[in-house]
Design a protein around this ligand. Structure first.
Ligand code: BG6
Length: 482
């Protein structure tokens, strides 16, 4: 782990990600006493800003659970200073090095420890990396570098990026963030699966009949159209976030919690995944039915005739002994009726015989909002009735755990892991490569001339109309919701 004095440099300090996620996460850790003992936080970006101006900007994004936290904010903000400079010229990096070494000298730091957080677009990743390596990584220092997606646009560009970064930083030094790996319920998947005999015993194709991982957002691109238009929902959340969830859900038990053991097992699972291009549904949102919410194409920042995919559902097969024959569906969409991310596992039918009608078990793991794990089970209706009804065994966190329980935000959990030097919840290079191998042919298909039809769905709807048919085709039995 890092020691008592760490310099944390946030690149892209005036950008969206830094303001909304990175700085608030550092504050959250500070608030919980989970930052290294002494930190020297430096924001770096191109804009000319004073220390005070940066602090003001950051302050407006900090969330306070109570008054005590509010009081701590000023203490936190005083730890932050700002340096402006270009990403592609040495000038700013010299200033940065000066500031870090001054801090180290003043604090008599033996071994300089530095965390560089690159909240930057990928176009400047490599340049910034080169300059950091050359000007801000003196002999004997210890350095970690956090990078943010997108890690490429397809297999080829991702490989290029890895090739450019590899000579600069070792895999040990690189921390590729997929923030879904920091989410509480995602981290719980290991414990649920491997810590409960009643689940681990049925976690296979003999008992499970279908699995869905679904991501819904109740808002559209809202100002991010320029970014989103070249990316689409598949790259934005499926090739990374949902695929990570699917991997953790289906991988075999690693021999230990050691990061390499975990990631070896993940890669093995990923290699067994396949996507069938004929089993995909894509859509784009139009105006809401009442006309009050804009359609995707009404966003001025997107191409006028854009075919950008804002909704997708795809079937994934897992070609190994455990999962062969079980249909997995990943689905994700923007501008729907609610914001929710959940895993739904449907079990096989029990033998009917003694029952006239009996519904299937389902296990639902809700990642957000309101983390919950619940199991739909059949039970006799209490009293003289002999009928059965489907009811729930319910572990909803908000009713099971006290409100004072601190559940870290994904970014808080991950930045802390980085301080501790724990790579388990970061994406390894080979893992990234396999995920692009899996998704690139699909992306080429849905973005190519012979793409399937783009189904228009109204802003605020539950899903594109044909989703139900798609799910039925992929093995889901609708005896629960009709
Ligand atoms: C990001 C995507 O990676 O994840 C966004 O770029 C998306 O488009 C976000 O909204 C979802 O994250 P969360 O934590 O809000 O579910």
């Amino acid at each position: 782990a890092f020691g008592d004095h760490v310099s944390i440099v946030v690149f892209g300090a005036s950008g969206d990600l830094a303001k909304k996620k990175t700085f608030p996460a550092l504050f959250g850790l500070y608030n919980q006493g989970l930052l290294p003992k002494n930190v020297n936080i430096i924001g770096y970006a191109r804009s000319e800003l004073s220390n005070e101006e940066l602090r003001e900007r950051i302050k407006s994004f900090l969330k306070f659970k109570d008054d005590a936290a509010k009081l701590k904010a000023d203490g936190f903000l005083q730890l932050i200073s700002y340096i402006s400079g270009p990403y592609d010229k040495p000038d700013g990096y010299h200033k940065l090095e000066e500031a870090i070494s001054k801090y180290d000298q003043e604090n008599k730091v033996q071994q300089s420890e530095r965390l560089f957080y690159l909240a930057l677009p990928p176009s400047v990743f490599t340049t910034a990396g080169k300059n950091i390596k050359e000007h801000c990584y003196p002999e004997g220092a210890r350095l970690r570098l956090i990078v943010e997606k997108p890690f490429g646009h397809d297999l080829e560009s991702s490989r290029q990026l890895q090739k450019d970064l590899a000579p600069l930083f070792s895999e040990e030094e690189l921390y590729r963030i997929d923030h879904y790996l920091g989410k509480e319920m995602v981290k719980n998947l290991f414990v649920l699966r491997f810590g409960n005999a009643m689940l681990s015993g049925v976690w296979n194709n003999r008992h499970i009949s279908s699995v869905q991982i679904s991501f819904k957002e109740a808002f559209g691109t809202e100002g991010r159209g320029g970014y989103f238009d070249d990316i689409g929902i598949v790259r934005d959340v499926m090739q990374n976030h949902l695929l990570q969830v699917l991997t953790l859900l289906t991988m075999d038990r690693p021999v230990s919690f050691d990061p390499e053991a975990v990631r070896d097992e993940k890669v093995k699972a990923l290699k067994a995944f396949s996507i069938d291009n004929d089993n995909i549904l894509i859509g784009q949102y139009g105006k809401s039915e009442d006309g009050t919410k804009p359609g995707y194409l009404d966003d001025d920042t997107v191409k006028k005739d854009s075919k950008c995919v804002t909704y997708a559902a795809m079937g994934i097969n897992i070609n190994n002994e455990r999962w062969d024959g079980v249909p997995f569906v990943l689905r994700a969409g923007k501008a729907l009726d609610e914001s929710k991310v959940e895993i739904r596992i449907q079990f096989k039918q029990v033998a009917k015989g003694i029952f006239k009608e009996i519904q299937r078990n389902e296990l639902v793991i809700r990642i957000q909002p309101n983390e919950a794990v619940y199991m739909k089970i059949n039970s006799k209706i209490p009293g003289i009735s002999t009928e059965t009804s489907l009811t729930e065994l319910d572990l909803t966190y908000s009713s099971r755990y006290s409100k004072d329980f601190w559940i870290p935000e994904a970014y808080e959990a991950l930045i802390r892991d980085c301080f501790l030097g724990n790579h388990a919840n970061f994406v390894r290079d080979d893992e990234l490569d396999v995920s692009w191998q899996l998704f690139t042919p699909l992306l080429q298909y849905i973005e190519g001339e012979d793409r399937p039809e783009l189904e228009i769905y109204p802003y605020g709807s539950k899903s594109p109309k044909s989703l139900k048919k798609f799910l039925i085709k992929n093995g889901y039995v609708f005896d629960h919701e009709g």
